[in-house]
Design a protein around this ligand. Structure first.
Ligand code: DNO
Length: 354
């Protein structure tokens, strides 16, 4: 298992690579090029310079999160072929610089969604939360609320230029139901997986977050059954999953350790986001510190499932609280993710030695 830390680049992340390097057991930076518009080829020079910066800090860059998918691919427009060709070239370019895993998602319009990005916990820290009855009825209102709640930081998957055309986007998705979205995913996978096989780059699809349809938009990676369907779309270990324990865990019916066990054993999960959430009702939750005792997920069982199934991929602590007076990007502060990594490493060492 290799431990990584998501980083938004020296221009846009107040966290320094040296601080990441000082977290015990940290070997990887999970990076991305945030200034390349969705759909365009990631240029080699930019990949090279990101990699150099990370390597110079004594860290590796084996995982990219995300190379986002252009909406035309998800909608299935004729122009998708051009964007798929670009995606293939990006895969080739990334593989030249040693990238082994690409995390991506296939969610229409919104990537993850929360109703509050700064939900106060009694200990004075704040986290992101989701309460069903706080979901605005109008997606534009939701976007405005999220953007004004982000402390001025850019948010992953919330590209302002894309979301500024929300009405047009919703119209474009009007005929895309679960079946159509699944067909469009298959079209995409059939085209790119042969390139991944040739380049030894594994695709790792991220679950829908939260794992339920929102604003009438289809969601196709919500649970184990969805994962089995996605696997079948294109049989290859290069067609894999990011198992995000928090996202899947947001539906209490999902047995997260069992999902981990099954898909790690089959070698379909090269990347795992390990985070905890705390339910406040059957549908509502807030994010929490990583410890089992702080949330509703049993992180020991999750790490044990990874260990017992022979996990040797990449893992990262996921959203943490903003604590100790820091005012970082929601979910992506330094301290609580560092505590999370240390805790996960501790669990791993104990399980390993037992
Ligand atoms: C949110 C993240 C997601 C994730 C993408 C992967 O914080 O978990 O934005 O990176 O869905 O494509």
């Amino acid at each position: 298992m290799e431990m990584g830390f998501r980083w938004f680049g020296s221009n846009d992340d107040p966290i320094k690579l040296q601080q990441i390097k000082q977290i015990p057991g940290m070997t990887q930076v999970v990076g991305a090029l945030f200034d390349v518009p969705v759909g365009e080829v990631w240029p080699k020079e930019k990949i090279a310079s990101l990699k150099k910066e990370i390597n110079d800090a004594g860290l590796k860059m084996d995982v990219i999160e995300s190379v986002n998918i252009h909406d035309d691919i998800k909608i299935g427009k004729p122009s998708r072929d051009k964007y798929i060709e670009n995606y293939k070239e990006t895969i080739r370019n990334l593989s030249e610089y040693g990238v082994k895993v690409i995390c991506y998602n296939f969610m229409p319009v919104f990537d993850w969604l929360r109703t509050d990005l700064q939900f106060d916990l009694p200990d004075g820290s704040n986290v992101m939360s989701f309460e069903l009855d706080k979901l605005a009825s109008d997606p534009q209102e939701m976007i405005d609320r999220v953007e004004s709640n982000s402390k001025g930081y850019s948010l992953p998957g919330w590209e302002p230029e894309r979301l500024s055309e929300i009405k047009r986007l919703f119209d474009a998705y009007k005929d895309v139901d679960e079946q159509k979205l699944t067909e469009n995913l298959k079209y995409f996978l059939d085209a790119i997986i042969p390139v991944c096989e040739e380049c030894d780059v594994r695709m790792a699809m991220h679950p829908d977050d939260p794992p339920m349809p929102l604003f009438g938009l289809p969601r196709i990676y919500k649970n184990r059954e969805d994962m089995l369907k996605i696997e079948e779309l294109h049989e290859s270990k290069y067609n894999g999953f990011t198992i995000c324990t928090g996202s899947l865990g947001e539906n209490p019916d999902n047995d997260v350790p069992a999902i981990v066990r099954e898909f790690v054993k089959k070698d379909r999960a090269p990347f795992i986001h390990t985070r905890n959430i705390k339910f406040t009702s059957k549908t509502d939750f807030h994010e929490s510190a990583h410890l089992s005792s702080e949330g509703s997920l049993d992180m020991y069982e999750i790490m044990k499932a990874m260990h017992d199934s022979g996990f040797d991929g990449y893992v990262r602590p996921d959203h943490g609280r903003n604590i100790w007076g820091e005012s970082d990007r929601p979910g992506y502060g330094l301290y609580d993710r560092a505590l999370g990594a240390t805790y996960l490493n501790g669990l791993w060492e104990a399980i390993n030695k037992a």
